[in-house]
Design a protein around this ligand. Structure first.
Ligand SMILES: *Cc1c(COP(=O)(O)O)cnc(C)c1O
Length: 453
């Protein structure tokens, strides 16, 4: 296998079932809590925003869940995705480490996000939903959901964080091309948006605010449900297809990862590549390390607290036990828009709390340095979010150069950066800067949470 570069699975070998880590966690998950009663959430409480099949998956403890044929049929447009041995990057770094990446950038919207968008649009369609609302940060999720809704004839309404709406007109164009309707958030369309604008007419928006708007629109409109692009258990479930494919491909390469890396915004692509391997640590005693790479400007896992917090800014969603910077946290305008979220997946949070995974915070500039190195060696221009995973992989590979160890590193290439060239321009023109979030701001944002000890 000395010359292997791309490891390609046959279309017939696409996984037919998703993997649910809830079946294998030795720890108990603390349940979500109703925002008004502060009692554990009942599945029926979710009916206003999710269709029944999604609610079932959200709470399921089944290890394997069948992927419907209608979903597989569309996933096959770009799946299985390639696993690539980054030989040119290895050579450039002069490392004895072997570096593999799973290329999720080959989907039509350009990231891992349609893996769950297609599934969610399908389950909404068979449940009779005619209209779906959602939020989007950098625009990858909004474009993925618009793409997915198009296949199932569902109307798609997207609240896009204002700073991205202005910085990323091409993402907006993609959403419209696939039939979606896009509003800059905060907007005047919802009570939540009007409340934020009254307090700060120049608000640049945040994912938390956009979620409030999308949820409010869903619960106050007819035949409308809400769709979430990360964080939730069912999203983590749908993304397991990444790691399941990667496991087959690593076996084809005759290898197994010592370290698995993903960038971390809400946790879905990190969990997607990691959990099928973490299953082997839990059930077979393997000792693979898992590293979630997040921005220092939004250090949810490394500087946040493991608390019950709301998923949105206004406090409309249930409270989830998760690592959080506080739902009122306002992230600085770093270019990795998809990583600017105050919370994290409860499943990823639990894995971190129980030391089954690790987290690392990285500065924006070192990540863009890594992105450019990657583009000049492996050819692919990565999304700013993805550059965090690449930077973390390079740090691991450099450690191997120092110690002489030949570790096998696997990272998820969550998306390409073709629609993020504005950010690369800022980097090349020297206008980009690093941000560090001061601890006092985190404490301020966490103060006053209803269930905080
Ligand atoms: C949305 C996004 C992320 C972050 O979301 P997760 O749920 O943490 O995976 C990372 N990379 C890309 C390319 C994205 O679009």
């Amino acid at each position: 296998m000395e010359d292997t570069y791309k490891i390609i699975l046959d279309e017939k070998d696409i996984p037919k079932r998703w993997y649910n880590i809830q079946a294998d966690f030795p720890q108990e998950l603390e349940p979500p809590v109703h925002p008004a009663t502060l009692r554990p959430l009942e599945p029926s409480d979710m009916k206003a925003i999710f269709p029944d099949p999604i609610i079932e998956q959200e709470i399921s403890r089944e290890r394997w869940i069948d992927i419907p044929a209608e979903v597989l049929d569309i996933l096959k447009i770009w799946r299985p995705t390639p696993l690539v041995r980054a030989r040119r990057l290895e050579k450039f770094l002069d490392t004895p480490a072997k570096i593999y990446f799973k290329n999720e950038s080959v989907s039509p919207p350009g990231s891992h996000k349609p893996n769950t968008a297609i599934a969610q649009a399908y389950y909404n369609k068979i449940s009779g939903t005619g209209r779906l609302t959602t939020e989007t940060g950098a625009g990858q999720w909004g474009s993925s959901l618009a793409f997915a809704c198009g296949y199932f004839g569902i109307e798609c309404v997207i609240y896009m964080v204002k700073v991205s709406y202005e910085q990323k007109p091409y993402r907006r164009g993609m959403m419209k091309t696939w039939g979606g309707t896009v509003y800059a958030s905060p907007s005047e369309r919802t009570q939540a948006g009007r409340k934020i604008l009254a307090a700060d007419p120049n608000s640049q928006g945040s994912l938390g605010i956009a979620i409030s708007e999308a949820v409010e629109d869903a619960v106050t409109s007819t035949n409308t449900k809400y769709s979430l692009g990360s964080v939730a258990n069912h999203v983590v479930l749908h993304q397991s297809i990444i790691g399941l494919e990667a496991k087959k491909q690593m076996a084809m390469a005759g290898d197994y990862p010592d370290v698995v890396i993903g960038c971390h915004g809400g946790g879905s692509n990190f969990a997607g590549i990691s959990f099928p391997f973490l299953s082997d640590n839990i059930t077979e005693g393997k000792t693979t390390r898992f590293v979630a790479a997040e921005p220092s400007a939004c250090p949810t896992l490394t500087a946040g607290e493991f608390v019950y917090d709301f998923g949105d800014t206004v406090g409309m969603t249930p409270l989830y036990k998760m690592y959080s910077l506080g739902h009122s946290f306002m992230p600085s305008g770093i270019h990795a828009g998809g990583l600017r979220y105050h919370g994290a997946s409860p499943l990823v949070s639990s894995a971190l709390k129980h030391k089954q995974i690790e987290a690392m915070a990285l500065q924006q500039m070192e990540c863009f340095d890594a992105a450019v190195t990657f583009a000049r060696t492996e050819g692919i221009i990565p999304a700013p979010e993805t550059s965090h995973a690449i930077r973390a992989a390079i740090i691991e590979a450099n450690k191997c150069r120092e110690t002489g160890e030949s570790k096998t590193i696997l990272f998820n290439l969550s998306g390409h950066g073709h629609v993020d060239m504005f950010s690369y321009e800022k980097y090349f023109s020297g206008e980009m800067e690093d941000f560090q979030l001061p601890g006092e701001e985190i404490q301020k944002a966490l103060a006053g949470l209803p269930l905080r000890a």
